[in-house]
Design a binder for this molecule. Structure first.
Ligand code: HPA
Length: 288
């Protein structure tokens, strides 16, 4: 089976699909020049082949954001023939209107992190890629349309502020990110989205808010509970409802995402370098 679309999710996503009665056709870990990918699970649902990869772990949260290997994961998916990626991401909110349990389809990113590596193109003269639109416009439109009628509030836009992690932010940092025009704050979308563009992949993100950013609302410190009290039990229950809906949501939106025509800029993000003769047709020769 040759999936053209992949979901990069958080933890144990394959199990969520299995619980819906889907059986993975196979699971593979791919060696890449950047190290091994996370396991890639291959599913088929109503004649649609798709791949699923969990960034942080197969059963539990084993790897925090700065230690992920998005280059290996994206390289593996591209090598498999995948050309569209849906990223499932769980950020904090910088806006009272974007509440825990809401879905947000970000349209832009503010990179405030210090992580790396942020590029496949080390020691070469290419990679000066325009980042507007940052996310695939066709996938974003299909995603927003496909989410109509879901039982969650959907925000069709949002600026995602990327931090390094794994720590959460200080009050002053969150205040700064709000002043900068951020709507969400998280640790995983960067560098993944930038790297996906270097491989000319269509990439869009579906995020669900898991907490309000530090200091946005009055939240007493509570040792021993999730985020030390940053989220209330009521908010956590809303988040749990979205998490429980994850496989259903994905199965609903994958067909329209798979049907996009790639008439977007994504397949030709490096065209200038191709025309200049810097890079050839085989993408494996562009990287490393
Ligand atoms: N900050 C950074 N990353 C996050 C947060 C947050 O508040 N919530 C979930 N991921």
């Amino acid at each position: 089976m040759k999936p053209k679309i992949a979901v990069i999710a958080r933890v144990g996503a394959h199990q969520a699909f299995e619980a819906q009665g889907l059986k993975p056709e196979k699971t593979e870990v791919f060696p890449t020049p950047y190290g091994a990918s996370r396991p890639v699970h291959f599913f088929r649902h109503e004649n649609l082949d798709f791949a699923v990869l969990s960034r942080h772990g197969e059963a539990g949260y084993d790897l925090s954001a700065p230690f992920l290997n998005p280059r290996a994961n994206l390289y593996a998916l591209k090598a498999l023939g995948v050309d569209k990626i849906l990223a499932w991401v769980a950020p904090g909110s910088l806006q009272e209107e974007m509440a825990p349990g809401d879905l947000v389809v970000p349209h832009d990113v503010l990179d405030e992190g210090r992580g790396g590596p942020h590029t496949f193109f080390s020691g070469v003269g290419w990679g000066f890629i325009r980042h507007n639109p940052l996310f695939c416009p066709e996938l974003r439109t299909a995603l927003i349309d496909g989410l109509q009628g879901v039982p969650f509030k959907v925000h069709p836009q949002g600026v995602y502020v990327a931090t390094t992690g794994p720590r959460l932010e200080t009050v002053a940092e969150i205040r700064k990110f709000c002043l900068l025009g951020g709507d969400l704050v998280g640790q995983t979308l960067v560098p993944e989205v930038f790297l996906a563009r270097e491989l000319e992949l269509c990439y869009a993100a579906l995020t669900y808010v898991v907490n309000y950013g530090e200091g946005l609302l009055d939240r007493p410190y509570q040792p021993g509970v999730l985020f030390e009290g940053l989220a209330t039990p009521g908010e956590m229950a809303k988040v749990a409802a979205v998490e429980a809906a994850f496989p259903e949501l994905i199965l609903r939106i994958l067909p329209p995402l798979a049907a996009t025509t790639r008439a977007c800029p994504c397949p030709r993000l490096l065209e200038r370098y191709r025309l200049r003769g810097d890079i050839g047709e085989d993408w494996r020769t562009w990287v490393k």
